[in-house]
Ligand binder design. Sequence first.
Ligand code: ZN
Length: 126
Amino acid sequence: MKTKPPPTRPSAVSIRQQRYRLRMEEAGYRRATLWLHNYSEQQGFERGLSGEKFLPVPEGLDQLSYCTGWFQGAGEQQMPIFCTCCQNQIGHGIARDHYDLITMRPYELICAECEPLIDAEKRKGL
Ligand SMILES: [Zn+2]
């Protein structure tokens, strides 16, 4: 039986991978393999997309896979965007750009009409 002889020196690719690994470890990361269950992830995605609550994870589903899917789905969700000041709806957008996905609360956004009013208030305060 013929076997391939071991390489005499490491290839450019393995040197690059080794350097990348060291950089990541220095930055506080560790490498791990995750097994994601497709069905559980898909269930999470659909529930996130349709605006259902994050918890509890439905029984019988893999929790990590479900959570991964939920965050992806919730981020894709189209949500109304409201002005934090006057509460008027500014428009629509995908959730990941306008909402904190953990709390599902909108980030602070100020409409074009309120902006000059807030600026004037700030100037008065100085
Ligand atoms: Zn406003």
